[in-house]
Design a binder for this molecule. Structure first.
Ligand code: HEM
Length: 413
């Protein structure tokens, strides 16, 4: 009755026939993109709850007899509300899950060569989503304005400021003046709750529209199956109702897992860190920024080059040039690894010795730079760590490349 009424007005049946009958691949690896999507939805919903209670200001207020920034006090008060701490922890765990699943999703796309023609544009859109999601996490860290917030964001401020010629101007623009400025918290609040989510939503819309238009890649085992022929009909299950039911169950399961995690495992305990004070110690960033932080530790402190009057310091090299180069190389992958024709079937990573070895070697390099973030705890000198990093990277690349090449030769492929 209601569906008939709605159908008369919105032509839902036409919509269902055109879009909801499209097929979704059944392999579980294709769920990674959905996990990203679900974590983002969870972030938005829990973020709305937090938005009602958070105060984006550094004015000093009294909290248990001490004068602390209002933003810090408001987050401590959220933690004291019934369910407040749970929702805040779910928000933070969802952010972790989102970044982790984006990285796994990227690796799935890379190792199955799903980025090739015609999906190069979607690779770039996806990579922008990774960059902007890291921006969301970074801006979120400043908001409670705890000791951790201040150390984490001040490192980034000095990195941006170190850029020759324009660094001072850009850092003032991003951080609302010289660090730490009174306008910094409201400005980061604007980035975190408005600018970045809007950009993420727009990019996700483009990403998904391109997937609908270009269709998913498929496992090679589907080649030649009669259902796959005739205009490349994807083999899988329809989005409505089968995939929708699987996705919804999966979403509910994820929510359950996040709630259990948030109940038992504390995250970003600002009450333990305390409000910022002049002697705030340097703290390590979260795992997804450790590769940048660790790389900075590998660069000799006195390394600097002057070009056209602009000074390039270790902060510029480690904090701006290094991540920029890594993102640039990743962006280039579909344009360097080209196959003339359209690639609608996945390739088994075992059959691509060079690209698989390159991917694993690159991952080993980034993991080693993240480990370098702990050289003070591990009592390793920067030079020794640099040598280990080079050895491990080359060993992983060389070992995988040799093993897969021999296998390929033997199988006569
Ligand atoms: C907010 C971040 C992202 C969201 C919400 C998202 C979502 C999705 C979804 C739902 C799919 C379809 C299911 C699947 O193949 O897993 C997909 C496919 C795809 N994604 Fe993403 N993604 C994100 C980030 C990325 C990143 C970082 C990359 C790579 C740099 C990427 C590249 C692709 C490509 C090329 C496809 C098509 C894969 C194929 O046809 O096999 N995405 N994405």
């Amino acid at each position: 009755m209601i569906s008939k009424w709605l159908d008369e007005r919105l032509e839902l049946k036409k919509f269902q026939a055109k879009f909801l009958s499209k097929t979704f691949p059944t392999h579980p690896a294709y769920l990674l993109g959905e996990i990203v999507l679900f974590s983002f939805i969870t972030l938005v919903v829990t973020g709305i709850f937090l938005g009602f209670l958070y105060e984006p200001s550094v004015r000093l207020v009294s909290l248990f007899g001490a004068m602390v920034p209002a933003s810090y006090a408001s987050v401590v008060r959220i933690d004291l509300k019934p369910l407040g701490m749970l929702i805040r922890r779910i928000h933070h765990w969802s952010a972790m899950l989102m970044i982790a699943s984006i990285i796994l999703h990227l690796l799935r796309v890379y190792f199955t060569s799903a980025y090739r023609n015609p999906r190069e544009i979607n690779w770039l859109v996806g990579l922008s989503l990774l960059g902007i999601s890291l921006g969301a996490a970074f801006t979120g860290y400043l908001l409670p304005y705890s000791q951790f917030s201040v150390t984490a964001t001040s490192i980034a401020y000095y990195m941006v400021k170190s850029v020759p010629w324009v660094g001072d101007w850009i850092s003032r623009l991003i951080f609302a003046g010289a660090y730490p400025s009174d306008g910094m918290v409201p400005r980061f609040f604007f980035y975190h709750v408005m600018l970045i989510p809007l950009v993420i939503m727009a990019l996700i819309s483009v990403h998904l529209t391109l997937i609908v238009k270009q269709k998913h890649t498929e496992p090679r085992s589907n080649i030649g199956r009669p259902e796959a022929e005739g205009g490349r009909r994807l083999i899988g299950i329809p989005i409505w109702p089968e995939q929708a039911i699987i996705s919804l169950s999966f979403f509910l399961f994820l929510l359950f897992a996040l709630a259990v995690l948030a109940t038992y495992v504390p995250i970003n305990p600002i009450e333990v860190y305390g409000a910022p004070h002049p002697g705030t110690p340097v703290m390590r960033p979260d795992w997804y920024f450790l590769w940048v932080y660790g790389f900075l530790k590998l660069i000799p402190g006195d390394l600097s080059v002057t070009i056209f009057g602009g000074k390039i310091t270790p902060e510029t090299i480690g904090g701006v040039i290094f991540p920029g180069v890594i993102f640039f190389i990743v962006a280039l992958i579909p344009f360097l690894d080209r196959s003339g024709k359209m690639q609608n079937y996945n390739t088994n990573p075992i059959d691509r010795p060079f690209m698989t070895a390159l991917g694993l070697g690159g991952a080993a390099f980034l993991i080693m730079t993240a480990v370098a973030g702990y050289i003070d705890v591990l009592h390793i000198t920067p030079t020794a760590m640099l040598i280990y990093t080079i050895i491990v990277t080359l060993a992983v690349f060389g070992g995988i490349f040799a093993a897969l090449s021999v296998r390929k030769k033997k199988s006569g492929a």
